[in-house]
Structure formats: C-alpha cells, structure tokens
Design a protein around this ligand. Sequence first.
Ligand SMILES: [Mg+2]
Length: 194
Amino acid sequence: MKKIMIDLDDTICTGGYLEVLNEYLGTNYTYDDLEDYYVESILKEDKLEEYLDHFYKYINVYDYVTIIPHAIEVIEKLTKKYDVYICSAYVDMRRPVESGRMATLKHQWISKNLPFIHPRKIILTGSKNLIECDIKIDDKFSNLKGYGETKLLLDTYHNQKYTEADLKERNVRRVKDWLEIEQLLLNEEVETLQ
Ligand SMILES: [Mg+2]
C-alpha cells in the first residue's frame, strides 16, 4: 500500500492565521494583501515580536480555521486505498520553545476532525523533509523536495509565484482543489501513479 503524507495548514484547513491577525490589529486584511507564507510578515519588527508573544501564549488558531472544501471526505476515501499520514511541522524558529504548544493544538484538531486517522499516523515534527513516503500533498512548495514519487502542490495564495518550470524541476504537479486530488489518486490516472 502506498504511503501518502498530507500536510495540515492550508491543505486540510485554512484561514485561521489571518483572522487572528485581523482580530489583534483591528484590520480587515484579505489574502489578496498577502504574498508570503507567514501572514504576520506584513507587521513591522517591534509589532511582530509583540504579536508572536500574544499568539503563542493565548491563541488557539484552530478555533478560527475552516476546512478546505472536500478535504475531509476525500482523505477518508484515500484511507481505503492508501496508507495515509497527516504530517505537520509545528516549530516556529522565531519562537522555538513557545511554539511547542502548537503540537498539542494540532494533535487535538486532527483527532477531532479526522477521527479515521489512527493516532500513530499523526506526525508532528520539526523536520518534515526527513519523512519518506510515496505521495506528498502540501501547499508549501519547499516541503515538496526530497522523497516522493508523486508530489502535489495545492493551489493557494502564497504559492502563485512558482512557475510551471519551477514545478517541473522538482517533479511537482499543481492541483486546484481536493476534487482534483480525488480524481488523480482514486480515479482516472491511478494506474499511472502506481
Ligand atoms: Mg501547509
């Protein structure tokens, strides 16, 4: 059975980081205002430090997230045919100690929202690049290097800057949504992937 590693943030759930930032600042930023992976990169240095202290001490970003359409149902279907792992990095090197709390918050959210994933198949790590699997699904291009015969980049606001040539060089395929992933991994092209 092929192993699939699926990312969490902006792959299964999305949105929380921007809502938390807007609530903290009293602003209405949208994803169109952002280019970077870290939404708080729009803050100036002193405000950023204050925000990170607040975020890692008090906020559970998973109280704010929404589930990406069809993610849960497609992942549940994938578990019938593949060995599925949810893998999320939780270490923020700007706050390496305080961000340890994120491991608990991520574990709780995954357990509640993807109850069909065995607890041993939840991988919370600081080094995602060391984990070997056959198929990777992630929204972050830099996570799609290294191992993996099939690497799917879920289309989102911060990965638009990567061109088709960038993707080809790393053997990555861009997918627009979870229905395309379903089609690719469970339907028509499955033979070519195996
Ligand atoms: Mg992600």
